[in-house]
Write a protein that binds this ligand. Structure first.
Ligand code: PLP
Length: 371
């Protein structure tokens, strides 16, 4: 079997735009015509729809997912030296935000099947400096949050969820973000819900935290020229908000397509010598990534790339091994599972406008590799 090479990108923002071009163009033209570029109606409308989508009381639009994390840590009053427990297997922004806010990322190893923070390993890392736990819903797979919330209650800690990859994921039949203090989203273009530039949001059910977030994201304002507290500029663009409102109305459909693609990968690849994603019975993930694991990851990665397939690795280097954190002297041997996953993991193309012929090509090419 020798397949004809074709291009299958890991995300396809072009086909996605073509699918909704008219609505998007109308939204952009509307903003240009009313020249309301900062906050205003577009941002309010998006926040209203996004909080409804998340079944949350408040949504606060911000400049990026990184902003959402950093602002959340500020709102919760993170002080220099505060320890924040998180995962070493995530995008750097998760831990970067902690460091930028003056805190210290304390890594806890992940579960070998879900790739998310292992709740059983958290308590041994709690000290009198621990301030919060910051789990990530990696690949859009919800973390096992209930035990984390229990630990946080026992030790009087706060919980921030990094849901940058999990717009629409459900945990125990409820949208994620129900029981923590603050939940952070990124609308980076390639995310399940992506803007046409940078954007992010925080959701919360806590009115006091929400008011603080609204104020800090806009220079601590309570009126145009009245600044109650020291804030900063963490605002979401109105243009991005208008675009996101359109895209949000398509998100459930796109997430459903990802789910269908995931089930096709799972049934088509099940006979191969690979580890497929594990979905606990309480999880309903949105498949930001569809990941497989195998020893010859690098070889398959190259093989698929040379055949035009957009594969990714999330992530090839754990945060505990990143030069940026060298000063914190992490011992990589403390995170054997995250280290092992980072060497064996591979993400296959999955997105709202992936064609079935494209997915078939990916599957056939993987089978060809093993033959
Ligand atoms: C994308 C991402 C972020 C950062 O979001 P930006 O909008 O790019 O700033 C944070 N955490 C995780 C897990 C992400 O995937």
């Amino acid at each position: 079997m020798n397949l004809k090479i074709r291009e299958v990108p890991s995300v396809n923002l072009k086909t996605e735009y073509e699918e909704i071009k008219q609505e998007i163009d109308e939204a952009i033209t509307r903003v240009l015509n009313n020249t309301s570029f900062i906050l205003g109606k577009e941002v309010k409308n998006f926040e209203e729809s996004f909080k409804n989508f998340c079944e949350s009381k408040f949504a606060i639009g911000v400049g990026s997912g990184t902003d959402a994390l950093y602002l959340s840590l500020l709102i919760l009053g993170t002080q220099p030296g505060d320890e924040i427990i998180t995962t070493p297997l995530t995008f750097i922004a998760t831990a970067e935000a902690i460091t930028f806010a003056g805190g210290i990322p304390v890594f806890v190893d992940v579960d070998s099947k879900t790739h998310n923070l292992d709740p059983n390993l958290i308590e041994e890392k709690i000290t009198n400096k621990t301030k919060a736990i910051l789990p990530v819903h990696l690949h859009g797979q919800p973390v096992d949050l209930d035990p984390i919330i229990d630990i946080a209650k026992t030790h009087d800690l706060q919980v921030i969820e990094d849901a940058a990859q999990a717009h629409g994921s459900y945990y125990k039949k409820e949208p994620i973000g129900k029981n923590s203090d603050l939940t952070c989203f990124s609308f980076y273009p390639g995310k399940n819900l992506g803007a046409y530039g940078d954007a992010g949001a925080i959701i919360t059910n806590n009115e006091e935290l929400a008011q603080k977030a609204f104020m800090i994201r806009n220079h601590g304002r309570i009126d145009k020229y009245l600044h109650e507290i020291i804030g900063y500029n963490f605002r979401i663009d109105s243009l991005q908000a208008a675009i996101l409102s359109v895209k949000l109305s398509h998100l459930t459909k796109w997430n459903r397509k990802r789910k269908k693609q995931a089930s096709i990968y799972t049934s088509e690849l099940s006979d191969l010598p690979l580890e497929l994603p594990f979905v606990p019975e309480w999880a309903d993930p949105v498949w930001h990534h569809y990941t497989i694991k195998l020893e010859q990851r690098d070889e398959l990665h190259t093989f698929l790339k040379t055949r035009g397939i957009g594969v990714g690795i999330h992530y090839p280097i754990t945060l505990s091994s990143q030069p940026a954190f060298a000063e914190l002297n992490y011992n990589t041997q403390d995170f054997p599972i995250a280290e092992n996953i980072s060497k064996r993991i591979l993400s296959l193309p999955i997105h709202g406008t992936l064609k079935s012929s494209e997915q078939e090509y990916v599957i056939d090419t993987i089978k060809e590799y093993f033959n």
